[in-house]
Design a protein around this ligand. Structure first.
Ligand SMILES: N[C@@H](CCC(=O)N[C@@H](CS)C(=O)NCC(=O)O)C(=O)O
Length: 217
């Protein structure tokens, strides 16, 4: 087996794919691309993903992009390795997929305003009202996820749904730490979600997946 994950530090999508590989206990090489150096636009990478985005998984002569497709692929291609990413009966697995769609279609949009203001605007360009409105929208979504939680993890058992959800939550904390000290990310989560976040961060492979540039600062 020769798995390679093309990855970008701080990409929530690359993070979910890496969590998936770790959860499946698969050996892989991590190729870290630099966004600032324009690595995703270089011809050799565009040849792998014409959308020039990480993550990309290469498994022998098979190349796959789109994080959710990657997570489903490793689950099916390597059955019985590590722990399942889509555990449980057919209904639980449907709910895992539903959560992932909810992250991508709703939570992502709700957190985007805050994250855009934090990471893409200079301090003097930031709009306090937009941050406040974005924070409220994110809280509404996070609360909806919290109410839908079916146990210790989103769908009950730990699954690909948690790995899709976690990086966006972590980004809110990162935004607070690096850019918006008044954000109070802790207060944006319900107590149940704070406990869930601690459980994810206690996973034995979690530390290995913290984005390298986050470890540095
Ligand atoms: N829908 C894609 C989104 C991937 C994505 O947006 N990747 C961004 C980083 S978060 C990227 O690689 N951007 C670099 C570029 O557009 O050149 C997935 O789930 O894999």
């Amino acid at each position: 087996m020769a798995l390679t994950l093309y990855y970008g530090s701080g990409s929530p999508y690359a993070w979910r794919a890496q969590l998936g590989l770790e959860h499946k206990a698969l050996a892989y090489e991590l190729k870290i691309l630099s966004f600032s150096a324009g690595d995703t636009r270089k011809p050799e990478f565009v040849a792998l993903n014409p959308r020039h985005q990480v993550p990309v998984l290469v498994d022998g002569d098979f190349v796959l992009y789109e994080s959710n497709a990657i997570v489903e692929y490793v689950e099916e291609a390597y059955p019985g390795r590590g722990a399942p990413l889509f555990p449980g009966d057919v209904r639980t697995r449907a709910i895992i997929r539903r959560f992932i769609l909810e992250v991508d279609n709703y939570l992502y949009k709700a957190t985007d305003t805050v994250l855009d203001q934090a990471f893409w605007k200079k301090p003097e360009e930031r709009d306090a009202q937009k941050i406040n409105e974005g924070r409220k929208a994110a809280i509404e979504e996070l609360t909806m996820f919290s109410r839908s939680m079916r146990g210790e993890y989103l769908a009950g058992p730990l699954s690909a749904a948690d790995f899709a959800f976690y990086p966006l939550v972590a980004f809110l904390y990162r935004a607070q730490k690096m850019k918006l000290p008044d954000l109070d990310a802790d207060a944006m989560l319900t107590p149940e979600l704070r406990a869930w976040k601690s459980r994810i961060e206690a996973l034995p492979y979690f530390d290995k997946t913290i984005p390298p540039q986050w470890k540095a600062a």
